[in-house]
Ligand binder design. Structure first.
Ligand SMILES: Cc1cc2nc3c(=O)[nH]c(=O)nc-3n(C[C@H](O)[C@H](O)[C@H](O)COP(=O)(O)OP(=O)(O)OC[C@H]3O[C@@H](n4cnc5c(N)ncnc54)[C@H](O)[C@@H]3O)c2cc1C
Length: 423
């Protein structure tokens, strides 16, 4: 499920500490278009107008456009990169692919301004060294931070960590069932339907940029699922707790299919009067939300990572505000009413319930900033202070936005590869 970040996501927002990317959406645009193809999505167009012309049944709720908009999403098959691009990589004359080779250490020069080599091990006990002019870490946001922190041979706090930013600012999308929408009269909700078994795009409800700014809230969306179906779904935490994340995805899809089959609502949301509203909200950047190293080591002798996921008052406030406004707008338009989940009732309660989830969207641990005091990588994804070490992935995100991360992280990686070719 993919969408690009919104223009506001890249800007400094006075109400969000440490917000602002050193690049703009426009700079990323050509790479978004390329990423769109790699992820086997449709045309790079996320405007509601465009999709309304293509799908005649797409009608947004008639809400105040200055306050609420319908954010479009597209669905990939999904693309399994290993399967889809294996042959291209194997047949490429300038790529050497080594599998079962686990990075265990990054070795820097004496002054820690240059990477000399990587240490790579396998479970058979073999150790290899990898030398190159330039290195790109692309092990995922948690593992990238872990490898930098664990490489302490030349720098006691780890590589790229002289300003103590590596592993900090860990962000997830806050995913949680938050409210119910009860319509007064039937409304065609095809635009908002997750059309199981097809790759049709769909929309989620979101607060406009102007509203976010005027009310000092974070970016987030609310998706609709007919209540009848939602009630029959297994909680996400049980569906997604799987050693192999690909299995988790298959379980997720099966969960939706089975709950639809059990429900009279089936595939068609038209005629439904009650919906579950599910949040996907960005998490505000927070230095105390972080990956550190555990005392425990893995089979190859590398300290395991430990996650300290910490949220702020702004995170909870933003979720509550989004549903207050959505309720107000639904009422004003005489469309229906919103019933908040209990965890949102008390305005003075800033805690989150235990069933709060994330989307497996790990971000921010090697955040991008033009200022080396505030980030790990610069605008080109190069580690500050190290001439030949680069990072790919959503660890580089300065803020999370409300969109799922993969389209943006692939776009950033394409931009990085252009930079490496020309620099
Ligand atoms: C169930 C599920 C559903 C998701 N749904 C969506 C979605 O709908 N939309 C979306 O945008 N995103 C989604 N995501 C998130 C998406 O999968 C990630 O954003 C994306 O895979 C991150 O890409 P990456 O290449 O940075 O990291 P990864 O895909 O994690 O790749 C990192 C690779 O590095 C390897 N590695 C790690 N450590 C080492 C080491 N020490 N040495 C050598 N190799 C190493 C790993 O084995 C892995 O192959 C989902 C994730 C899950 C789990």
């Amino acid at each position: 499920m993919c969408a690009p970040l919104d223009p506001l996501d890249f800007k400094v927002r006075s109400w969000v500490a440490d917000s602002g990317w050193p690049i703009t959406l426009d700079e990323l645009l050509p790479y978004y278009c390329e990423a769109q193809e790699l992820l086997e999505l449709g045309e790079y167009n996320y405007s509601l107008d465009y999709w309304q012309k293509k799908c005649s049944g797409f009608t947004p709720f008639p809400l105040d456009k200055d306050v609420i908009w319908s954010k479009m999403w597209q669905f990939s098959p999904p693309t399994r990169f290993g399967k889809k691009y294996k042959e291209t990589i194997v047949n490429s004359p300038n790529i050497f692919l080594y599998t079962y080779s686990n990075l265990t250490k990054i070795i820097a020069s004496e002054h820690v301004n240059h990477i000399r080599e990587l240490q790579v091990k396998n479970l058979e006990g073999k150790t290899h060294r990898v030398r190159a002019k330039k290195f790109v870490l692309a092990c995922g946001a948690i593992q990238n931070a872990r490898m930098l922190l664990a490489s302490r041979g030349q720098a006691k706090n780890g590589i790229g960590n002289d300003k103590d930013n590596v592993g900090r600012y860990f962000m997830e999308h806050l995913e949680i069932k938050s409210a119910e929408l009860w319509l007064k009269k039937s409304f065609s909700t095809e635009l908002y339907t997750f059309d199981y078994g097809t790759r049709n795009p769909r929309a989620e409800l979101a607060l406009t940029e102007a509203f976010q700014e005027n009310n000092s809230v974070l970016n987030g969306t609310a998706s609709l699922t007919p209540l009848e179906i939602a009630k029959k779904q297994t909680p996400l935490i049980d569906v997604w707790s799987n050693e192999d994340p690909r299995q988790s995805f298959d379980n997720l899809v099966a969960n939706i299919r089975v709950s639809r089959e059990k429900s009279y609502a089936k595939n068609n949301m038209n005629g439904e009067m009650a919906f579950e509203l599910f949040t996907r909200m960005e998490q505000a950047p927070n230095r105390n939300s972080r990956i550190i190293l555990s005392d425990e080591k893995d089979a190859l002798g590398v300290p395991k990572p430990q996650l300290h996921w910490q949220l702020t008052e702004l995170d909870k406030y933003s979720i509550r505000k989004m549903y207050h406004i959505l309720g107000e707008q639904m009422g004003k338009a005489s469309l229906g009413r919103i019933k908040l989940e209990e965890f949102l009732w008390d305005e003075n309660d800033h805690s989150m319930p235990d069933h709060l989830g994330g989307g497996w969207h790990h971000m921010g641990t090697t955040r991008m900033s033009a200022d080396r005091n505030k980030g790990v990588v610069d605008a080109n994804c190069k580690v500050h202070g190290i001439s030949n070490l680069f990072i790919a992935g959503s660890g580089c995100f300065s803020t999370a936005g409300s969109a799922n991360p993969t389209l943006t992280l692939v776009a950033l990686s394409l931009r990085l590869s252009d930079y490496l070719k020309t620099s």
